[in-house]
Design a protein around this ligand. Sequence first.
Ligand code: ADP
Ligand code: ASP
Ligand code: MG
Length: 442
Amino acid sequence: MQVLKFGGTSVGTPERIKEVAALINDGQPKVVVLSAMTGTTNALVEISEYLYKKNHDGANEKIALLEQKYYTVVDELYKTAPFKQKGRELIQTHFDYIRSFSRDVFTLFEEKEVLAQGELMSTALMQYHLEEMGVQSDLISALNFMRIDKEGEPDEFYIRENLKRELNQLGNFYLVITQGFICRNAQGMIDNLQRGGSDYSASIMGAALQVDEIQIWTDIDGVHTNDPRVVENTHAISELSFDEAAELAYFGAKILHPTCVTPAKIANIPVRIKNTLEPSAPGTLITGTCTKQRIRAIAAKDGITAIKIKSGRMLMAHGFLRKVFEIFETYKTSIDMITTSEVGMSVTIDNDKYLDEIVEDLKKYGTVEVEKNQVIICVVGDLIADNKGIAASVFNAVQEVPLRMISYGGSNHNISMLVKAEYKKQALVALSNNLFNDQKSK
Ligand code: ADP
Ligand code: ASP
Ligand code: MG
């Protein structure tokens, strides 16, 4: 069995939904995980922002626009009057529900319910389409089996048991459609796996079901050597190791959710990235095998804050790092990069929700400087095994870019550099031009 996940663009229009339906109806049993139609989650986030601000007119205007878009989808997607009718009723139910939040208090919990409507609609629309085409398929709700624990981590045991129960109840199944992204939390309330989290859903489900392969179908022919939105002439990489893919995803390659590789890696299930717009393209295969190629790809992670702590007295005394890390742990803030010297240390974080509190606490240990708007540039490959000259070629490439921090040796697969946001493009392009000769700036 396989788990296939289709992203927002892949189900973004009636035409695309029909194409995906044809693709998945190939005689092989599978679980199909769908994202919301492209633009929907962003629109639901905007609606939520209006609702937070109690701007009900603004919210209702946005809701009406999005609703209209869905009625057009329904009209184009279904051929027969009964399915057009069922589709319209479905859309109306979801939008009435979204509108009902205008009357209530609006907090993070309500926002999660609003955001969940995107995936609930896309999957129901697909199920009706398959039904109309006479294809045997079943829709199961991810809210019945996807759950995160108190730490926000997937509750593997619960997911495995409940997903299997859902499938067993279907008896002999062929195509099973379900939602990516959405889940319940430890209290049973609707939650999600963070933006872009449908990839993660698919990987968690694939691991739970021990499938042969997890396929992530998107709008590009695989993981590219650099961010194609910034650098020209990037190309798809045919094979990556789990570790290389994990580093790329964590350090900003938008094509994969940051933690989506982990469940597949632990269960040793290959992940294949495929292009819905070009299904015959080979894509990228991610497995446990490392190809020992030196530099594979480059990624960039935006929105980074650097924090420097300087202290002549206490720094590097034993126990100092523990105390510093405990402050970040107290505020549940993860550190991405760390560099140390005798008189100071720098760390980076991507979540600055508790920045003021962290800085206040750190001041006990020395002077603290904060620099926002930084970007981590990450070079990924087999960088240690045969590493002569690799660091030199990387740093030579970015000789015109001021580097704020460098991290090398934390894993065999990653060299990271911190630069100001204004140097991101220059750094990505310079690395591409020097490390992969065929790439030019856009
Ligand atoms: P989906 O909606 O299918 O989840 P995403 O938009 O999340 O798709 O991810 C696909 C996009 O990721 C591509 O269209 C591309 O612009 C962007 N991207 C960023 N970095 C990379 C990379 N290294 N390789 C491929 N795509 C990348
Ligand atoms: N629809 C969600 C988002 O836009 C999840 C996903 O597409 O993976 O973030
Ligand atoms: Mg995505």
